[in-house]
Design a protein around this ligand. Structure first.
Ligand SMILES: NC(=O)c1ccc[n+]([C@@H]2O[C@H](COP(=O)([O-])OP(=O)(O)OC[C@H]3O[C@@H](n4cnc5c(N)ncnc54)[C@H](OP(=O)(O)O)[C@@H]3O)[C@@H](O)[C@H]2O)c1
Length: 340
């Protein structure tokens, strides 16, 4: 039974993926779309053959619609806090695209609104549902590489005019930083593989010599993270690199090593070289490759069974704090302690 109505904010690239995912779930139906232009919302509904979907051009009207119980926020980053707070106050469950906020004050305000409304949240760190991520988590749970002491996760993906979001992504006030706009997937991956508390961050960021994509903020950064047990983490993020999208994972443990889909373990007696796991890797820039279906199914399950997601706003806030700390560290040239 499609008893959970969904309202989707925005009609861009990722909004189409959210709509497809909600359409495929047996408990949800997309009943509202918000656009700055009502005709664009109607066209999006038609394109996805959404029979009982209303088009809105004012958020308040969509939030007043009792048919909407979940709001999916697929707009540019700077709108996530005000739209998220309004939707939480209206009692809607929230699927929030990353980054959820561009600064600590916005993050805390959103957390307060969600806490007061007691609605369910899921932040779209969609790679947590990527098959390689799931395989690595299983290998770590089985201690195949033993205890980790170093972890490296990098997001290297040129975001230029070939992406629709580029027009606003170059702007500081709409996108924040290299980590916030996209590299946060790598920060979240680091936290997902090293489930310890991050206690300190140190970072550098830069422009390339000519800044060919005209970013208003440094599109490249490298961030070091110290975890409470001494494990070291490193996240490089570049959104102006000139190469196909690379998502890099290196996990060093005292019994072996994981390099993306390659594994070497002392526990596998007689292993003489890397074992390669043929699976789906995270590094595709094509959003249709991302497992939004599994993410949405997980969220709906959390709502129906009244439980918090592992990717709730409370958890995702810790990923965002590392991103904010990285920005402060690079600007002030000093290590930054966590929590902020
Ligand atoms: N989790 C992931 O892997 C993933 C992947 C891609 C994107 N995302 C996130 O999803 C969000 C949307 O990204 P996108 O790639 O879908 O961007 P996009 O294609 O540019 O779509 C954004 C939509 O937001 C609406 N919008 C409202 N105010 C706007 C404004 N001032 N400027 C531009 N658009 C505005 C627009 O719809 P109307 O014109 O109809 O109002 C637009 O179509 C971002 O936060 C991004 O980080 C996440």
């Amino acid at each position: 039974m499609n008893d959970l109505g969904v309202g989707v904010l925005g009609t861009g690239w990722v909004s189409g993926e959210h709509i497809r995912a909600f359409k495929a779930n047996p408990h949800t139906e997309v009943r509202a779309i918000l656009s700055r232009d009502k005709a664009r919302a109607a066209a999006q509904a038609e394109e996805h053959k959404l029979a009982s979907c209303r088009a809105y051009d004012h958020l308040e009207d969509l939030l007043d619609d009792p048919a909407v119980r979940i709001v999916s926020i697929c707009t540019p980053h700077h709108l996530h806090v005000p739209q998220g707070i309004a939707a939480a106050k209206a009692g809607k469950h929230l699927l929030l695209e990353k980054p959820v906020a561009l600064d600590l004050a916005g993050l805390r305000a959103l957390q307060a609104a969600v806490g007061a409304a007691r609605v369910k949240t899921l932040v779209s760190f969609v790679l947590r549902w990527n098959p390689l991520f799931e395989t690595i988590r299983a290998l770590l749970a089985d201690a195949i590489v033993g205890q980790l002491f170093y972890a490296e996760v990098d997001y290297l993906h040129g975001i230029g005019p070939w992406y629709r979001q580029y027009s606003w992504n170059v702007k500081k006030e709409m996108s924040g930083s290299s980590l916030l706009t996209a590299g946060c997937h790598a920060v979240d991956g680091l936290r997902w593989f090293v489930p310890k508390r991050a206690v300190e961050v140190f970072a550098y960021s830069n422009f390339s010599a000519r800044n060919p994509l005209q970013y208003e903020y440094e599109p490249n950064s490298v961030t070091l993270v110290k975890f409470e047990d001494g494990t070291l983490g490193k996240v490089a993020s570049s959104i102006e690199c000139v190469m196909p999208y690379v998502f890099n994972i290196v996990l060093l443990g005292d019994q072996g090593t994981i390099r993306n889909n390659q594994v070497f373990s002392k526990r596998w007696v007689g292993q003489r070289g890397w074992a390669t796991i043929p699976t789906i890797l995270p590094d595709s820039g094509d959003v249709t490759h991302h497992p939004f279906g599994d993410e949405v199914n997980h969220f709906v399950d959390c709502i129906l069974n009244d439980r918090e997601s592992h990717a709730s706003l409370e958890d995702a806030a810790k990923t965002h704090e590392i991103c904010f700390a990285s920005e402060i560290s690079a600007r002030e040239k000093r290590p930054v302690s966590l929590p902020l």
